[in-house]
Design a protein around this ligand. Structure first.
Ligand code: SF4
Ligand code: MSK
Length: 635
């Protein structure tokens, strides 16, 4: 049986999986297969190793009620494990945000060779929000003071973070009543770790509510800051065209893949590969030029701002190296498979780690320092060029397929695109929903997971949604999946969208699926929804809106945090595979049912992407009914 077709619906991926088989190089799919059956205790979330009296595991088939050695119930164990996953994800996103503030601060102080303030307008908007004086001051002075205010968002010990106060009034009031407005990013993450230490919180509801607070510190905190300051530092995205999929690798240019999450170094690599000095050097080495491409969320960062081609999403990272055409892969942090060094060693590919937080045995490490970012970027590009003549051995095999795409949408520029030519406003978007031309909005985000056919969940869900007049916004690996299927082109509206949505897309020339960035840019979705509420006519709180979220192929702890801040913001969120919570009926009921009465959102687990989309559509219809909106225009 041809396993490659079961593993991915993407042709280039199938092609490269065949290649991996020929070369006898295992990939994540093979490693999953050799891991089966996976640990049932882990899957249900019912093992605990939070202290050395354990590890303890609860027998799910036992008639008798069981506890850990300390007496922790299954509900406590499952809830603790779950919020530790939130803390892991929130820490990753937020540390990303912290690194951006650091680069922003150095830029403000003139202490870096690479960065400056590229979006003064957004800087001033942020300065006003944070009560930083603008009049009569140099831009750098404003930026320096603002950087300190942002650092404080991480370290504040009491009171409330400022960023979450952007939420609609009613939502903020609810969070206050529930006591879950985050105080500081680090504060909430540390408290999650404290509460889940042996012998602290053993009320599962109390544990889970703190999980929400921690997740809010991510979505309405660390991630939102990362997005805002990346826009200020590297420029706010505007709609931009590019190409995606493994076919963007070039047979006769120096191929550099940047992979991971942060834009701090990759954005500067964009400048370095364009420098005449580097291009000339590449030609001297026999290459036609330099081809910079991206992978995962680092890719989305430089796609949104510079139109750099996308080589693939999470499950395509090993496959890019398997083409034999990658001269250098530079990685920063997050979603970088430790398996890469093994795959790279079968080819001439140079793998380079750049973050002090992410090194790998035997892998070249070139440490990133924001002060010297341009020099470092040039050094890495040079390394790639010098490696070009070493292409050899297993031969080059680049799939012959790439797709055009449009990306670069933000909560701010949607004003201009959907807002019409005369006035920057969300009014036409709200009206399109109110009048039933657009049924509602859906955010489809998150990773790939070899347990789910690669890209199938994202693409089939997105198609079902747009067919039913739901405007879809996407980030991260979900956006990349859609781009590989040609869904991020304006023409996709004609081919796949329902009549109402198609009319809107055709009138303004946008795709039916809007790429709004990397994983931290899910914060753009929160702001866009808030803007819809502020515009009026669609309720007073995010939970009133005809919207739903989904992560059909999630795998990362960051997805756990993202899904949690969406439900804590009042948005129903569908996951393609269940969280590791099913061992506790009470925790499952809380997160998949009771939470809706408390915070307005809940989780639904559904592996079939079309059925999942139907659940989202039914939810959107329920919200439309509650708002007493007109029937859909064409149904
Ligand atoms: Fe077992 Fe309790 Fe220790 Fe967990 S904290 S390992 S349940 S004794
Ligand atoms: S990269 S977190 S696999 S979306 Fe953001 Fe993709 Fe998920 Fe990583």
């Amino acid at each position: 049986m041809d396993k490659t077709k079961e593993r991915s619906i993407d042709k280039t991926t199938q092609d490269m999986l065949q290649r991996a088989k020929e070369l006898n190089i295992p990939t994540a799919w093979d490693r999953l297969e050799s891991m089966l059956p996976q640990c049932g205790f882990g899957k249900l979330g019912i093992c605990c190793r939070n202290c050395e009296m354990g590890p303890c595991k609860i027998n799910p088939f036992s008639e008798k009620e069981q506890t850990g050695i300390c007496g922790a119930s299954v509900d406590t164990i499952v809830a603790r494990n779950f919020i530790r996953m939130i803390a892991g994800g929130a820490a990753a996103h937020s540390d990303h945000g912290r690194d951006i503030i650091h680069a922003f601060m150095l830029a403000a102080k003139g202490k870096t060779d690479a960065y400056g303030i590229k979006d003064e307008t957004k800087l001033k908007v942020l300065a006003r929000e944070y009560n930083v004086k603008i009049d009569g001051r140099e831009i750098n002075e404003i930026a320096e003071e603002l950087s300190e205010k942002f650092f404080l968002e991480f370290g504040r010990q009491h009171g409330e973070m400022k960023v979450p106060q952007r939420a609609p009034e009613k939502r903020l009031k609810l969070w206050r009543e529930l006591g879950i407005v985050p105080r500081g990013v680090d504060r909430e993450i540390v408290e999650t770790m404290h509460r889940t230490v042996m012998g602290v919180d053993n009320d599962y509801k109390n544990i889970l509510m703190h999980g929400f607070r921690t997740a809010l510190a991510d979505g309405w905190g660390g991630s939102m800051i990362a997005t805002d300051l990346s826009d200020v530092l590297f420029k706010s995205p505007e709609p931009i065209t590019a190409k995606s999929n493994l076919g963007v690798l070039s047979p006769d240019e120096v191929n550099i893949v940047v992979h991971g999450h942060e834009p701090t170094l990759s954005d500067v690599v964009v400048d370095a590969v364009r420098s005449p000095e580097m291009i000339e050097l590449a030609k001297k080495k026999g290459a036609k030029g330099i081809n910079l491409v991206g992978m995962c969320c680092t890719s989305s960062e430089i796609l949104m701002r510079h139109g750099i081609p996308v080589a693939g999403n999470f499950l395509q990272q090993e496959l890019a190296i398997l083409t034999g055409a990658v001269d250098l892969m530079m990685v920063d942090v997050q979603c970088i498979m430790p398996a890469l060094s093994g795959v790279a060693s079968a080819f001439h590919t140079k793998l380079v780690t750049t973050s002090p937080k992410n090194k790998a045995p035997g892998v070249t490490h070139v440490e990133f320092k924001a002060e010297k970012a341009y020099d470092i970027a040039k050094g890495i590009v040079k390394m790639a060029i010098e490696n070009f003549p070493n292409r050899n051995g297993n031969g080059i095999h680049i799939p012959d397929k790439s797709e055009d795409l449009v990306a670069g949408f933000t909560a701010e520029n949607i004003y201009n695109f959907l807002g019409g030519a005369y006035r920057a406003t969300y009014r036409p978007l709200n009206d399109a929903i109110i009048q039933g031309r657009i049924r509602g909005l859906a955010g489809v985000v998150g990773c790939n997971n070899p347990k789910i056919k690669h890209n199938y969940g994202h693409i089939e869900m997105a198609k079902e949604l747009i067919k039913n007049d739901v405007l879809v916004v996407v980030t991260g690996c979900s956006a990349i999946a859609d781009s590989e299927a040609g869904l991020l082109q304006p023409e996709a509206a004609v081919k796949y969208a329902g009549k109402g949505l198609r009319e809107i897309c055709e009138a303004v020339g946008i795709p039916p699926i809007l790429h709004v960035g990397s994983c931290v840019d899910n914060s753009r979705i929160l702001i866009a929804l808030t803007n819809v509420i502020r515009e009026g006519g669609l309720g007073e709180d995010l939970s009133d809106l005809p919207v739903a979220g989904a992560a059909p192929e999630w795998m990362s702890e960051k997805a756990v945090s993202i899904a949690s801040y969406f439900i804590a913001s009042g948005v129903l969120t569908v996951l393609g595979s269940p969280f590791q919570i099913l061992g506790s009926r009470k925790v499952t009921d809380f997160l998949c049912s009771e939470a809706e009465d408390i915070v307005g959102g809940k989780f639904v687990f559904e592996g079939d992407p079309v059925k999942a989309a139907r659940i989202m559509i039914d939810h959107i219809d329920k919200k439309r009914k509650a708002l007493k909106l007109k029937p859909l225009m064409y149904r």
